[in-house]
Design a binder for this molecule. Structure first.
Ligand code: HEM
Length: 232
């Protein structure tokens, strides 16, 4: 049996893998948000289009990065669901009420809703990639020219999408869920990776909260700003 397959057979192994994949996915979110914030450069989307064009210029290397990303998402979701199902099998009747235990247990709404928030984020991701990467919901392909070269105007695609109040409402709801998912997820990833000392876990809980709020707010501000500003 491969070491990955045998790691998946143990609860500790599964938790370590969910934690590791979760940390890499959070790092992806930090990079994605940093790139997306270039939409706020007041140049009509040129900086953002240059940034996406720069990414596309990596060609096959970008495909490899995307494949790694897909593997990370699928592994993270698969193990997350399997941990939930095993827990459910071990305790088929759910507790009626969850009470915060304080200290390191951090039983709360976020920790109990990981499966729901995770499933919504997964569904969002599929629609988001179809929407912005493959532009299947866009009525037309917007183009622009930069330095005399014709280029995909992805900034315009994002702008058109976020002038639609339904899309803005849906994105806003999902960004809040991402915050809820990360609030518990970041902390819990470090616990799974071995953080035990109560002071360290309390510190990591605060860090997890800050990362969650910053990422959720950072993503949320984009659709909300474009909608209320009437464009970029
Ligand atoms: C306001 C928020 C967001 C905006 C404006 C945005 C924008 C975009 C755009 C324009 C693309 C296409 C990039 C390209 O074709 O080069 C894209 C791809 C992608 N986005 Fe987002 N995004 C947002 C939020 C998110 C969130 C919250 C996640 C994850 C939960 C996410 C995950 C992805 C992924 C995985 C891809 C595909 C990356 C690739 O294949 O290169 N995005 N996004």
């Amino acid at each position: 049996m491969s070491s990955l397959a045998s790691a998946l057979q143990t609860t500790v192994g599964r938790k370590i893998l969910t934690g590791l994949t979760g940390i890499f996915l959070t790092l992806f979110l930090v990079v994605h948000l940093s790139g997306n914030l270039s939409l706020f450069v007041p140049d009509g989307g040129e900086s953002f289009n240059r940034y996406t064009e720069f990414l596309h210029s990596f060609g096959p290397l970008l495909w490899i990065a995307e494949l790694i990303l897909v593997i990370l998402f699928v592994t993270h979701a698969y193990i997350g669901i399997s941990i939930y199902l095993r827990k459910k099998k071990a305790r088929p009747v759910d507790y009626k009420y969850y009470k915060s235990q304080g200290g390191p247990s951090k039983q709360n709404f976020a920790s109990k809703s990981m499966l729901i928030s995770g499933s919504v984020i997964l569904l969002f991701l599929v629609l988001h990639i179809l929407h912005f990467k493959y532009r299947v919901f866009s009525p037309e392909t917007y183009m622009t020219t930069i330095d005399g070269e014709p280029m995909l105007d992805l900034a315009r695609h994002v702008e058109v999408a976020f002038l639609n109040p339904w899309i803005v409402a849906a994105y806003s709801a999902v960004m809040i869920l991402i915050g809820v998912h990360l609030k518990h997820g970041v902390w819990s990833a470090f616990i799974s990776l071995g953080a035990k000392n109560p002071r360290t876990t309390a510190f990591l809980y605060t860090i997890g909260g800050i990362v969650a709020v910053l990422l959720a707010l950072g993503f949320l501000v984009i659709p909300v700003y474009i909608y209320f500003n009437g464009g970029l």
